[in-house]
Design a protein around this ligand. Structure first.
Ligand code: NAD
Length: 291
C-alpha cells in the first residue's frame, strides 16, 4: 500500500488505552476510521472500551450523534495486547505513559511489526519528537500529534514536526486531524512542552508550590484562579484531571530540556506521585474522588 495522502488512511492504531488513548480511539472511530487499540494491560483495554461506549451515549443524548452512528463507531474499535495487531494500520498514534524510555522501547518494537510505509505519531505532552523519531526506522514519517483532554470535547490538536518530518507526513496528519473534527495549531517548534504544556505546566506547578508553602488551601487556590482569571476550573482540579504523574513527567522534561531551575518540579507534586495519589484516575489527588 502506498501511504501518501489522508485518503490512504483507513486503519488507525492507538497504543496506550488510558484516558487519552480511549479518547483518540473514540474520535477516530466517529470519523469513520477502523481503530485498533493496544495496551499492555487487558484491564485498561476493557475500561477503555467501556469509556468509549459511555462517552458515545453522552453524545447521542446531546444530539451530536445518532444511535446508529454511535453503534457503528463502537463496532469499528477493536482491542489487543499485542503490537502485531497494528500491522495493517496506515497510521499509528502512540498515547502510552509519559516516560521517554518507555516510549522509545515502544517505537523500537513497533517498527518491527508495522507496515514499512505507515505513519507514526506520538501524543506525547512534552518529549522531543526528534529524539523519539530516532528510535524508529522512519524519522521522516514520524511527528507529534498532541490531542487535548478530554479528546472528544477539546478542539485542539497541536502538531509538532521533528527535524526530519517530511511535508507530506505533516500534511497527511493535519488532514486526518481535521477529519476527526479537530483544529490544528501549526508551526509548533519541537522544544520541550511545545506550546500548551510550556505555558500550562509551570502554572500548575506554581499552584502546587503555593499549596506547599501554605499560601492557601487547595479549594481557595482553585477558587481564586477560577474566579480571578475566568478559567473553567482551578489549576489543582485541572492537575487531577490530567494525572499528577503526567504533570510531574512533563515538569521533568521541561526542567532537563531547558536546564533551567525555573522549571523545578514542586516537591509537593512529587510527594503526591510517590504516594500513588495521581488524581482522578487513581481515586485520590488534590481532591478525594473515592466517595
Ligand atoms: N492526561 C492528559 O491530560 C494528557 C493530555 C495530552 C497528552 N497526554 C499524553 O498522552 C499520553 C498518555 O497519557 P494518559 O493521560 O492517557 O495516561 P494514562 O495513565 O491514563 O494511560 C497510559 C496507558 O498507557 C499504557 N501503557 C503503558 N506502557 C505501555 C506499553 N509499553 N504499551 C502499551 N501501552 C502501555 C498504560 O497501561 C495505560 O493504560 C502521555 O504521553 C501524556 O503525556 C496526556
Amino acid at each position: 500500500m502506498g501511504i501518501n495522502t489522508a485518503d490512504d488512511i483507513h486503519h488507525i492504531g492507538v497504543i496506550g488505552a488510558g484516558q487519552m488513548g480511549n479518547g483518540i480511539a473514540h474520535v477516530a472511530a466517529v470519523a469513520g476510521y477502523t481503530v485498533h487499540m493496544v495496551d499492555i494491560s487487558a484491564d485498561a483495554l476493557e475500561k477503555a472500551r467501556a469509556a468509549i461506549g459511555k462517552n458515545l451515549v453522552r453524545q447521542v443524548k446531546k444530539g451530536q450523534l445518532t444511535q446508529e452512528g454511535a453503534d457503528q463507531a463502537l463496532a469499528r474499535v477493536s482491542a489487543a495486547t499485542d503490537l502485531a495487531s497494528l500491522s495493517g494500520c496506515q497510521l499509528v498514534i502512540e498515547a502510552a505513559t509519559e516516560n521517554p524510555a518507555l516510549k522509545q522501547r515502544i517505537f523500537a518494537d513497533l517498527v518491527q511489526v508495522a507496515h514499512p510505509d505507515a505513519i507514526i505519531a506520538s501524543n506525547t505532552s512534552s518529549i522531543s519528537i526528534t529524539d523519539l523519531a530516532r528510535h524508529t526506522d522512519r524519522p521522516g514519517r514520524f511527528m507529534g500529534m498532541h490531542f487535548m483532554n478530554p479528546v472528544p470535547v477539546m478542539a485542539l490538536v497541536e502538531l509538532i514536526r521533528g527535524m526530519a518530518t517530511t511535508d507530506a507526513t505533516y500534511q497527511l496528519v493535519a488532514e486526518v486531524s481535521h477529519r476527526m473534527g479537530k483544529t490544528t495549531v501549526t508551526a509548533v517548534k519541537d522544544m520541550p512542552g511545545f506550546i500548551v504544556n510550556r505555558v500550562l505546566m509551570p502554572y500548575i506547578n506554581e499552584a502546587c508550590q503555593a499549596l506547599f508553602e501554605g499560601i492557601a488551601s487547595v479549594e481557595d487556590i482553585d477558587q481564586a484562579m477560577k474566579l480571578g482569571t475566568n478559567v473553567p476550573m482551578g489549576p489543582l482540579t485541572l492537575a487531577d484531571f490530567i494525572g499528577l504523574d503526567t504533570c510531574l513527567a512533563i515538569m521533568e522534561v521541561l526542567h532537563s530540556g531547558f536546564a533551567d531551575s525555573k522549571y523545578r518540579p514542586s516537591p509537593l507534586l512529587r510527594k503526591y506521585v510517590e504516594a500513588g495519589w495521581l488524581g482522578r484516575k487513581s481515586g485520590r489527588g488534590f481532591y478525594d474522588y473515592s466517595a
